[in-house]
Design a protein around this ligand. Structure first.
Ligand SMILES: Nc1ncnc2c1ncn2[C@@H]1O[C@H](COP(=O)(O)OP(=O)(O)OP(=O)(O)O)[C@@H](O)[C@H]1O
Ligand code: NI
Length: 307
């Protein structure tokens, strides 16, 4: 049974334009994906594709002007705001993309200890600090006294110290040196191997492939494919969606060919398949119909031509 199940999630923002006309900006559409215990699911996709918003929707921290539909289930039951209040931080933890998420009035050590349910919070905090090469003096520092790299390591420490069941890591490693990146990825792997589910949000499909079990590919606010990592090899013959294949071929170790065109703007989305304007295999049907999610060879894909 999936530990976290997202079904048909849509998110839009109410915006007010000139003349007080209300306008709904749809940023996530009918997004479906799930995470099993023991799994790392990497969420990849270009900037603005909705990755962080998905994380924020799961944690119930979207801004007030957000409208949400669809369901998010945790351990079989719907994740309501009330349940989240109990689960957040201990069972469900976020490594935020922005370092501004740290409480500015809480010292780094305290921040990390607040996520520990066990008796020896100080011991747990010191163990995790050591793992991330954070000196003991960092415990007593306030967020404004920390460098960017140290802040990131404190954020990762906060998320992993409580041994949460679900960890949403939103670009957890930019700017960190490769040894720390390796350490962070191996902590996530260890948590997953002990039964947690980790969502690893990243631009970097290359490093995602080294630790993840499944890759969820986002495009313009929806998942176009969810595939096992094993399918990313050769020329991408096993991949199901033309966008995933193009992403795979664009990697430096492959053909290094960029994909012409750009992701559509949320204000001006195509009527049918969102990828149709850039797709080499598009046909007339692709311009008029929104492709439904279907299962192909054990993976999920939204493309009417996928076989
Ligand atoms: N509060 C908001 N009001 C209106 N639009 C928003 C709001 N927050 C985010 N968006 C828009 O929603 C879209 C998805 O944003 P999101 O932050 O999830 O992207 P992302 O995939 O995480 O990108 P990145 O890789 O750059 O972090 C973007 O087009 C963004 O401009
Ligand atoms: Ni983001």
């Amino acid at each position: 049974m999936p530990l976290l199940e997202i079904d048909n999630l849509s998110v839009s923002f109410t915006q007010y334009k000139k003349g007080f006309r209300q306008h709904d900006l749809k940023v996530i559409h009918n997004l479906t994906m799930s995470m099993n215990k023991g799994e790392i699911v990497a969420v990849v996709g270009s900037s603005g594709s909705g990755k962080s918003l998905l994380g924020h929707a799961i944690l119930g921290i979207l801004p007030n002007n957000a409208n949400v539909s669809g369901t998010i289930k945790y351990d079989g039951d719907e994740l309501t705001q009330e349940r989240l209040a109990h689960l957040q931080g201990c069972e469900i933890a976020l490594v935020p993309q922005s370092v501004n998420f740290l409480d500015p009035l809480m010292k780094a050590g305290e921040q990390v200890r607040s996520s520990v349910k066990k008796q020896d919070a100080l011991g747990a905090q010191r163990t995790v600090f050591e793992k991330y090469h954070l000196g003991q003096h960092v415990e007593k520092l306030y967020p404004f006294q920390l460098s960017g790299g140290v802040t990131r390591r404190v954020l990762v420490s906060t998320a992993v110290v409580g041994e949460a069941k679900v960890i949403i890591a939103d670009e957890p490693t930019p700017g960190l040196d490769s040894a720390v990146v390796k350490e962070a990825l191996s902590s996530f792997r260890e948590l997953a191997d002990n039964g947690s589910s980790v969502m690893l949000i990243t631009h970097d499909i290359g490093s995602a492939l080294t630790v993840a079990d499944k890759i969820a590919v986002f495009y313009a606010g929806t998942t176009v494919e969810v595939a096992p990592v094993e399918d990313f090899h050769g020329r991408g013959e096993l991949l199901r969606h033309p966008y995933t294949k193009a992403l795979w071929r664009a990697l430096p170790q492959n053909e290094f060919l960029p994909i012409p065109g750009s992701q559509p703007d949320a204000n001006d989305l195509p009527k049918g398949c969102l990828f149709e304007p850039r797709c080499v295999s598009a046909t007339g049907d692709c311009t008029s119909k929104v492709p439904a999610a279907k299962t192909v060879r054990g993976g999920m894909v939204r493309c009417i031509h996928a076989t």
